[in-house]
Design a protein around this ligand. Structure first.
Ligand SMILES: Nc1ncnc2c1ncn2[C@@H]1O[C@H](COP(=O)(O)OP(=O)(O)O)[C@@H](O)[C@H]1O
Ligand SMILES: N[C@@H](CCOP(=O)(O)O)C(=O)O
Length: 325
């Protein structure tokens, strides 16, 4: 009987300078996993079981879980294309904290679609799946944005095109950059953190945003990584969102003193990230954040890099255990 497991990594939405249009996948350098997992097997009727560190924070009832919504959405898409589906049992390993700024809902959505697509012999191509994933992410966060689902699914650092296809462009990675990330333990709703943003931006802000993004993309392609880092500044969301994040200014000040190349909010927060030029520097900043930015026992920090690989779908063996965070 066919049984699959899909692992979908955490991601940094916006990467400071690219509100809604730039995102990056995350992989801890210690080799541990940081992401949700969905297992899929055949069943007589549909079911969703939730396990994992943050399963108890999910809304009660399988019908309220975004993974169930993905299943129904996928079945409808199959039907539209004249393809049959059969009932499945899904298990969501909810390893990412909810409302963390680590693309938690995106991770569940991407793992669910990747597992379903794999199970039903890959009826949909990458762009079609990305549109489905973006649609579901939009249902949960208030508006469609691909900056978590795309890097989570495809890996690397991705720039959204706004076109039907390709949905994304993959940007060159700098293998010498390390990312100290820290989740403070509090929950910030993405929808609420979007609501507090002004609906229009000043002309000068729009010019800075466009200039920075252009310079960043050029600099990555040219291998001018210091130039790329110099424009990693959030002129759209950080000025408004940082008020939701206790300790943000101190964390930024420490990272700058330590010589971090850039510092910002991951997605809508509360997770923050520092871009570092060495693993040692990232470890020092992660230690500081551990001791000073974390607000409760749910918080954690990790030193990560951006992996080339995104979601991985593999055969599920009977004795596979839940991956730890
Ligand atoms: N599998 C799931 N993973 C994460 N959130 C889920 C899931 N299913 C339902 N939800 C709900 O979706 C919302 C996700 O909130 P959001 O702030 O967008 O989280 P995140 O920023 O971590 O993706 C929450 O209200 C949460 O209860
Ligand atoms: N571009 C979005 C990213 C939200 O990321 P999340 O990890 O907080 O869901 C935004 O900034 O609103």
């Amino acid at each position: 009987m066919k049984a699959l497991r899909a692992y979908a990594p955490a991601s940094i939405g916006n990467v400071s300078l690219g509100f809604d249009v730039l995102g990056a996948a995350l992989a801890p350098v210690d080799g541990s996993q940081l992401g949700d997992v969905v297992d899929i097997t055949a069943a007589e009727s549909f079911s969703l079981t939730t396990v994992g560190t943050f399963a108890h924070k999910l809304p009660a009832g399988a019908d309220n879980n975004i993974v169930t919504k993905c299943y129904h959405f996928f079945c409808q898409a199959m039907e539209k294309h004249g393809k049959a589906t059969t009932p499945v049992a899904l298990t969501l390993h909810k390893n990412l904290p909810i409302g963390s700024g680590l693309g938690s809902s995106a991770s569940s959505i991407v793992a669910a679609f990747a597992a379903l697509n794999g199970y039903f012999d890959c009826p949909f191509d990458e762009d079609t799946l990305l549109h489905m994933m973006g649609e579901l992410e939009g249902q949960i966060s208030g508006s469609i944005h691909y900056d978590n689902v795309a890097p989570c699914y495809q890996g690397g650092m991705t720039l959204m095109t706004g076109a039907q296809e390709p949905v994304t462009l993959s940007l060159p990675l700098n293998p010498t950059w390390y990312y100290a990330i820290c989740y403070s333990g509090i929950s910030v709703s993405t929808a609420a953190a979007r609501d507090i943003l002004p609906k229009q931006v000043e002309m000068s802000t729009a010019l800075t945003f466009g200039r920075q993004l252009g310079v960043f993309v050029h600099a990555l392609h040219a291998g001018e990584f210091d130039l790329a880092a110099s424009v990693m500044k959030d002129v759209i969301a950080e000025p408004y969102r940082k008020s939701l994040l206790p300790g943000f200014d101190d964390a930024r000040a420490f990272s700058e003193r330590e010589g971090a190349l850039a510092f910002g909010i991951s997605g809508s927060g509360p997770t923050v990230f520092a871009v570092c030029s060495s693993e040692q520097q990232a470890q020092r900043i992660a230690r500081y954040l551990d001791e000073n930015y974390i607000q409760n026992e749910d918080g954690f920090s990790r030193v990560c890099q951006i992996p080339q690989a995104g979601t991985v779908v593999s055969p599920l063996n009977e004795n596979d255990t839940a991956p730890a965070l």
